[in-house]
Design a protein around this ligand. Structure first.
Ligand code: URA
Length: 262
């Protein structure tokens, strides 16, 4: 229990410290014993640049730029399986270190509709599948209402679901613009490989990733373009769980999608 256990005799302070740890993202046990990362760093000091290794003085631009590494890895993936592999072995995003699973996608890759979400939550991280928690169940019900399902083998009624971020951010915080920029090459390649007729961006993170703008409450329901495809921004189902009155507008957006697919 870390800090909390060390604070003896003060139940309230221990509880507050535990709440603080949870807020900071330490809400799951990962290892049986704590790791002293200061010791690890001391054990493996970085080699000093020498005359014999001029590369240290003039770094390879590709090596120095994680976004360029991501772009190169993404562009090298010629299938969804290869892309899944490329993302799973991409080591330059810190979110990966705190995640149990890489959450790649779910649904039918032949679907006409691709839903782009934000990032996995705790349940998605545990299962390795996007949108399996409460928000995901609402998402499934919403799209079922217009005849679309991630389990449908039929292209016309199928859905494909993925997220901007394949790893769960600590304490479910929003991914930062830098994290989004880092993973964007994979998102772009993912969408190019699936080649859907329509993209539905649920929430601010996918709206920002695809258009560079925020303000999902203003943008929702208005068709735009992203990556050469029609883009429909919608509010996130987690928002709809918190704000049931907004379901009315979400229903209008679903009907607009249904009309577009006819
Ligand atoms: N919210 C998202 O945006 N994606 C998920 O996979 C789960 C919750």
């Amino acid at each position: 229990m870390g800090i909390a256990a060390e604070i003896t005799g003060d139940w309230h302070a221990a509880l507050a410290a535990l709440a603080w740890e949870v807020e900071a993202g330490a809400d799951e046990t990962i290892l049986d014993a704590p790791v002293n990362r200061y010791e690890l760093a001391a054990e493996s000091p970085k080699p000093l640049p020498t005359k014999a290794s001029p590369a240290a003085a003039a770094p390879d631009p590709l090596q120095a730029d994680p976004v360029a590494i991501a772009r190169s890895a993404a562009e090298g993936a010629s299938s969804l399986d290869a892309l899944r592999e490329a993302i799973a072995s991409f080591a330059h995003c810190d979110l990966k270190k705190g995640a149990r699973n890489t959450v790649f996608a779910d649904g039918n890759p032949k679907a006409r509709v691709l839903i782009l979400g934000e990032a996995p939550g705790a349940e998605e991280d545990r299962e390795g599948r996007p949108f399996v928690g409460r928000a995901g169940q609402l998402l499934d019900r919403m799209f079922a209402a217009i005849g679309l399902s991630r389990t449908s083998p039929d292209t016309e009624s199928a859905l494909y679901i993925t997220n901007v971020m394949p790893w769960r951010p600590p304490a479910n915080r929003d991914p930062s613009p830098a994290e989004i920029a880092l993973m964007l090459p994979f998102v772009e390649r993912h969408i190019a490989l699936v080649d859907p007729a329509v993209i539905v961006a649920v929430g601010n993170t996918p709206l920002f990733a695809l258009t560079g703008t925020k303000g999902i409450l203003r943008a929702r329901g208005t068709w735009g373009q992203a990556l050469g495809k029609p883009l429909l921004p919608m509010t996130h189902p987690a928002y709809l769980l918190r704000t049931p009155a907004a379901k009315r507008e979400a229903w209008a957006d679903l009907l607009s999608l249904q009309a577009r697919l006819r």
